[in-house]
Design a binder for this molecule. Structure first.
Ligand code: ACM
Length: 544
């Protein structure tokens, strides 16, 4: 019997008949170490079905039992119904129990994804099951760019719920860019006073003639960040904060002009960028800039504790070297340090923060440009410009997260038709994402061990609000989640038809959650953006 679970579990045996019965008499027995799931079940299932799930002993008839068993994989779990109408959920760790609870919720039907009961009160449940499950990868991530368009805190919390519902466990929080600085840094108030908003914004691709003249902005206070981090931790999601350096820094430079290459441009005339692309305005390679960002990272480390944020992302992508080439200060620095060129200067910048973070018990991760000019010793790499950077880094013994833009950039359009809103990039359909393989076959066995996992990235230049983000992210995040969690065969051998069949049920779950996904038949009228220019990638494969 197909239990219609997404992501698909490792092994599942399901039968028709009486298995678990959830009704007002159901009690919850939560063993030590299962408290996060206990609370989560009361808040979600309790609300969805109007039940209190009162505490009770494990042997109470029909009990919902939560346990841990260290012999299972840490994020693995076993879910088994009992003949008395109860169910036992055993996780390899508290995180495993939580992942199993997501399966339990799916088995209870789409109604379990609502926040209050619909229809008759009464019994809910499912047939006898015995499920054994564990993830393929330990890093199953989603990156949200909250810099290009700010995502209010409540929407971030909602995305953490959506991530959790798909058994993902990493939230990469892109907090700074040319177009906005989104985290309060107490010692540098202008980062948010000045850097967190812009007076107008390009509407559509940068080639579009349109502007949105509404001021745009927002930022998270330090308490907002603490709340987000705690909310993620309660869902066993790690948070990877990103402050992008030395490129993508115009918002910071507009707040503190001395951070830029003042001997090349009048940085005091720069504003937070209102357009898209890559600006030449990058950080100056000075001691002042290093000290400034040490200050930023000091506050960041206090906000993102090591247990849930072992990795700190420093960006490192798309840093044009033109200003450094023209800057006497940058050239003097190159000479003083005995460096070959500007690439090595960027590498020196990143190495500084690798050493700095390592000394504080954290690990640096950056986009694959950090390979250029030599990779810092402890650094891990987010491989975005295809697989090549990830392969080079993994073969050199560095940890890698595979997030190639050709496969898993969810800002890229998901259909080649004329109705896709603000279409940019490659056409990457639900099926394309389903056939994404994080471990390239050319990788040696030893290097493959360095692939920590995979991540889907969501850049928000053409996503002004949560509905636009929902449209781009769903349903493709469901396919991505199965790639990252389930033990799928090689891409050509994956049963996409069976996945699509399970998606029928999953759409009902997404409907209950209020997710504005792209329907299989195409965008609804209000999801279209007629007349707003996008830009397909030139030279992309023939399906573009
Ligand atoms: C990136 O897409 N610039 C990492």
């Amino acid at each position: 019997m197909d239990l219609e679970l997404i992501p698909a579990p490792l092994r599942a045996d399901g039968r028709e008949g009486r298995g678990f019965v959830l009704d007002p008499s159901t009690t919850l027995a939560a063993a030590p170490g299962t408290g996060t799931t206990e609370r989560w079940l009361r808040v979600t299932l309790g609300a969805a079905f109007g039940l209190s799930l009162a505490p009770g002993p494990e042997d109470a008839p029909g009990a919902l039992v939560l346990r841990t068993d260290g012999s299972l994989a840490p994020e693995g779990y076993r879910l088994t119904t009992r003949p008395d109408g109860g169910v036992v959920l055993t996780g390899g760790s508290p995180a495993g129990v939580f992942r199993g609870a997501q399966t339990l919720r799916q088995l209870l039907g789409p109604g379990a994804f609502r926040r209050a009961p619909v229809g008759e009160a009464g019994a809910h449940g499912f047939g006898p099951v015995d499920i054994e499950d564990a993830p393929r990868f330990g890093w199953r991530g989603l990156m949200l760019d909250v810099a290009r368009h700010f995502m209010p805190k409540d929407d971030v919390l909602r995305y953490l719920d959506l991530i959790a519902a798909h058994k993902l466990n990493v939230f990469h929080f892109h907090l700074s860019d040319d177009q906005g600085w989104r985290v309060e840094i107490k010692r540098y108030p202008r980062l948010t006073e000045v850097g967190a908003w812009r007076p107008r914004t390009k509407y559509g691709h940068r080639a579009s003639e349109l502007w949105d003249e509404t001021p745009h902005g927002g930022y998270y206070t330090q308490d907002d960040i603490r709340e987000i981090v705690a909310y993620a931790a309660a869902r066993h999601i790690r948070v990877v904060p990103e402050i992008d350096i030395p490129g993508h820094s115009q918002a910071a430079i507009s707040a503190y002009p001395e951070l830029g290459n003042t001997d090349v441009v009048d940085t005091s005339a720069l504003g937070v960028w209102d357009n898209w692309g890559v600006t030449p305005n990058v950080l100056a390679p000075t001691d002042h800039v290093l000290r400034f960002y040490e200050g930023v990272f000091e506050e960041l480390l206090a906000l993102f504790p090591p247990e849930t944020s072992p990795f700190i992302h420093v960006g490192g992508d798309e840093c044009p070297k033109d200003q450094w080439k023209q800057s006497p200060t940058a050239q003097a620095r190159i000479k003083e340090l005995g460096l070959a060129d500007e690439d090595e200067l960027q590498s020196w910048f990143i190495r500084h923060f690798d050493t700095w973070l390592t000394a504080r018990g954290r690990r640096l991760i950056g986009w694959d440009e950090i390979l250029e000019g030599g990779l810092a010793p402890g650094a891990a790499v987010s491989s975005w410009r295809g697989y090549a950077g990830g392969i080079a880094a993994a073969e050199a013994g560095h940890d890698v997260v595979m997030c190639p833009e050709q496969q898993v950039y969810l800002d890229h359009r998901q259909h080649g038709g004329p109705d896709e809103p603000m279409p940019i990039g490659y056409v990457r359909t639900l099926e394309d994402v389903y056939r994404f393989e994080p471990v390239p076959p050319t990788l040696s066995e030893e290097a493959a061990e360095h692939v920590l996992g995979a991540q889907a990235n969501v850049w928000t230049e053409v996503m002004q609000n949560r509905s636009r983000v929902d449209y781009q992210v769903f349903p493709r995040l469901a396919a991505f989640a199965e790639v990252a969690w389930s033990a799928l065969p090689a891409p050509d051998e994956r049963d996409f038809a069976a996945f699509e069949h399970r998606m029928t049920t999953h759409y009902a779950r997404l409907d209950a959650l209020g997710v504005g996904y792209r329907p299989p038949s195409g965008p609804l009228p209000w999801q279209q953006r007629p007349g707003v220019l996008g830009r397909p990638i030139e030279g992309a494969p023939p399906n573009v």
